[in-house]
Design a protein around this ligand. Structure first.
Ligand SMILES: NC(=O)c1ccc[n+]([C@@H]2O[C@H](COP(=O)([O-])OP(=O)(O)OC[C@H]3O[C@@H](n4cnc5c(N)ncnc54)[C@H](O)[C@@H]3O)[C@@H](O)[C@H]2O)c1
Length: 275
C-alpha cells in the first residue's frame, strides 16, 4: 500500500505523535485532515505541510463532530482510506487522589474518543470495501504500572477494541493496527500529574527507558500499516518488557511496586533536605 493520494484523518494532531503522523503522511503524499481539540495547534501542524494537508478543530469526545469530520473528507474525496484515532490524555499519581471527573475525562478522551472514531469511519470503510484504522494505545495497554492506573485502564480497552475489531474487519477488507509505544518524546510526559506522582523518571523506567523519537515512530507506523501488522510495540526494549510481563506478571508487578516505593522514599528525602 503506497500512501500517495490516500485520504487520512488524524486526531490529536496538534502535538507529539499526532503531528508526527501528519508529517510522515504528508511526506508520503497523502491528503490529511489534521484535527485537534486545540484548533490553533492543528492549524500550526498543517501550515508547515503544504496544500494537501488541512486542519480542523475537533474534540474526540463529541461523537457528532467526529462523524462530521469523517463525512467532510468522504464528501471531498469520495472515500476515507485511513483513520488515526490518536488523541489522548494521561493522569499520573496516586489513584485515591483522582476525582471522578478526572476518571470520566480520561475515559471520555482515551476510550470514547477512539470508539467515536471507529463508529464514524468503520461503516464507511465497509461500504467502500477497504480502509485502515490505526488506534494509538500504549505499552500501558499491554502491561500494568501503578500511578498511571486510569491511563492503563483506558489503554487496555483500546488494545482490546483494536484486536477484536481487527479479527472481524480483516476479512471484509479493513485493516486495524494498534500502536503501543513505550515513552515517546512529546509534551504528554510533562502533563497530567496529580498528587503523589513519583515522576517522569518512573514513567520512563516502566516504559522502556529513553524516550523514542515521535517522527521515527510515525514512520514505523506507516510501515506497520503497509505490512498489515496487528500491533506495533516500540522500541525493541519495550517488546522484551512486554514478553517478560506476560511470562511473569507477578514478578513484573512486584518490581513496579518496589520502584514506586523507592521513588517515594527518594522524594521524601529531597523534601526533608530542602526544609
Ligand atoms: N508520548 C508518550 O510517551 C506516549 C506513549 C504511548 C502512547 N502515547 C499515546 O499517544 C497519543 C498521543 O500522545 P502524545 O504523546 O503525542 O501527546 P501530546 O500531549 O503531545 O498530544 C496529544 C494531543 O491530543 C490532543 N487532545 C487532547 N484531548 C483531546 C480531545 N478531547 N480531542 C481531540 N484532541 C485532544 C491535545 O490537544 C494534544 O495536541 C495519546 O493517545 C497517548 O496516550 C503517548
Amino acid at each position: 500500500m503506497g500512501f500517495a493520494g490516500k485520504t487520512a484523518v488524524v486526531t490529536g494532531a496538534g502535538s507529539g505523535i499526532g503531528a508526527a503522523l501528519c508529517r510522515a503522511l504528508a511526506v508520503a503524499g497523502a491528503d490529511v485532515l489534521c484535527t485537534d481539540v486545540d484548533g490553533a495547534a492543528a492549524a500550526r501542524t498543517a501550515s508547515a505541510l503544504g496544500a494537501n494537508v488541512r486542519a480542523a478543530q475537533l474534540d474526540v469526545t463529541d461523537a457528532v463532530a467526529v462523524q462530521e469530520a469523517v463525512d467532510q473528507v468522504v464528501q471531498r474525496a469520495g472515500r476515507l482510506d485511513l483513520m488515526f484515532n490518536n488523541a489522548g490524555i494521561v493522569w499520573g499519581g496516586d489513584t485515591e487522589l483522582l476525582t471522578l471527573d478526572q476518571w470520566n475525562a480520561i475515559i471520555d478522551v482515551n476510550i470514547r474518543g477512539v470508539v467515536h472514531g471507529v463508529a464514524a469511519a468503520y461503516p464507511q470503510m465497509l461500504r467502500q470495501g477497504h480502509g485502515h484504522i490505526v488506534n494509538t494505545a500504549s505499552m500501558a495497554g499491554l502491561t500494568a504500572a501503578g500511578q498511571i492506573t486510569s491511563y492503563v485502564t483506558t489503554k487496555h480497552a483500546v488494545v482490546g477494541l483494536s484486536l477484536a475489531l481487527r479479527s472481524e474487519a480483516g476479512p471484509r477488507g479493513v485493516g486495524v493496527l494498534v500502536v503501543c509505544p513505550a515513552a515517546v518524546e512529546t509534551p504528554i510526559l510533562d502533563k497530567g500529574a496529580v498528587g503523589g506522582f513519583v515522576g517522569r523518571d518512573y514513567f520512563l523506567q516502566n516504559q522502556g527507558g529513553k524516550p523514542y523519537d515521535a517522527d521515527r515512530l510515525a514512520r514505523d507506523v506507516l510501515r506497520a500499516i503497509e505490512k498489515n501488522k496487528a500491533i506495533l510495540v516500540k522500541p525493541p526494549l519495550a517488546r522484551a518488557q512486554w514478553l517478560f510481563a506476560r511470562l511473569t506478571p507477578t514478578l513484573m508487578n512486584r518490581l513496579s511496586m518496589r520502584f514506586i516505593e523507592s521513588q517515594r522514599a527518594k522524594q521524601s528525602r529531597v523534601r526533608t533536605e530542602v526544609r
